[in-house]
Design a protein around this ligand. Structure first.
Ligand code: SIN
Length: 277
């Protein structure tokens, strides 16, 4: 196994691994580097949906993703497709996955099937590094905050954009978006590493507990801008067969929408529902 870091802050490309054939010793090593790099990229993985389920099971139990239907026979896997004719993409705002659920998934697996000739990369940010870089005074403030996270249509980057024109996704429960709400600490402690990470986003965090939206918004905006500073990020370029697995407990991601007129098709699976602490 060869590990090539993608950037200073997070992310690694893992070469020389066929995940379908990996034994327990290799999986133990993958787990170690997952906790170290938070975003792992495996190239040229030939994974049918059943294989993706088996690989995902190494991280945790599959999670249901609200609003969308799974592919035939695999209710937990859905396709993220942007057609040549579409201009809106899925996940085009910085976020950690489904933080409006009481138990968001610890990891997401995204497997590329069709990729544009150029463009369609995904950015990731290290939210441990963002927390560590805050001043002592600001850390003391955010340590005490609880965020209200919502799938509400009101929130920038919420369901409104995702489901208007995305191809290949059947939308369900749209009228129930406001019902998906969960409170989580703004600073969470990673259960495996013990490190603290920021856990809020402009896409999903509406306000802080015991504060109004107007009072909360400036600090949410500041922390969002802070946690995606270039030095906290890495960038994943895709090709067919690329599998990227990321740790939602200490990262945010954003799909870059710079490939209008070209098709991009991915399969996506989230695993390991966990209560943020
Ligand atoms: C997402 O999972 O939010 C989108 C990631 C991508 O399509 O690159």
């Amino acid at each position: 196994m060869i590990i090539e870091p993608l950037a200073g802050a997070l992310g690694a490309e893992v070469r020389g691994v066929d995940l379908k054939a990996a034994d327990d010793a290799l999986w133990r090593r993958v787990r170690e580097i997952f906790l170290e790099y938070a975003v792992l990229v495996f190239r040229d993985q030939q994974l049918e949906p059943a294989d993706l389920m088996r690989v995902g099971a190494r991280w945790g139990e599959p999670c249901h993703y609200p609003f969308v239907s799974g592919i035939d026979g695999f209710p937990f896997i859905f396709e993220v497709v942007k057609e040549e004719s579409e201009t809106v993409n899925f996940g085009g705002n910085w976020h950690s996955d489904t933080t409006y659920l009481a138990q968001p998934p610890l990891a997401t697996l995204l497997h590329a099937l069709e990729t544009p000739k150029q463009g369609g990369d995904t950015l990731f940010a290290n939210t441990y590094a963002a927390y560590d870089a805050l001043s002592e005074g600001m850390r003391a403030i955010v340590n005490k905050l609880v965020g209200l996270n919502s799938a509400s249509l009101k929130v920038t980057g919420g369901r409104r954009k995702m489901h208007s024109t995305i191809g290949g996704m059947k939308t369900q429960d749209m009228e129930k978006a406001d019902e998906y709400e969960a409170e989580h600490p703004v600073v969470r402690t990673h259960p495996d590493t013990g490190r603290k990470a920021l856990y809020l986003s402009r896409s999903h965090t509406i306000r802080f507990r015991d504060m109004t939206e107007q009072e909360s918004r400036p600090l949410i905006d500041y922390l969002q801008a802070h946690q995606i500073r270039p030095e906290f990020t890495c960038r994943v370029r895709w090709s067919p067969g690329t599998l990227t697995v990321w740790d939602n407990r200490c990262t945010q991601h954003c799909a870059i929408n710079d490939y209008h007129g070209q098709r991009r098709r991915m399969r996506r699976l989230t695993v390991g529902a966990e209560t943020p602490q």
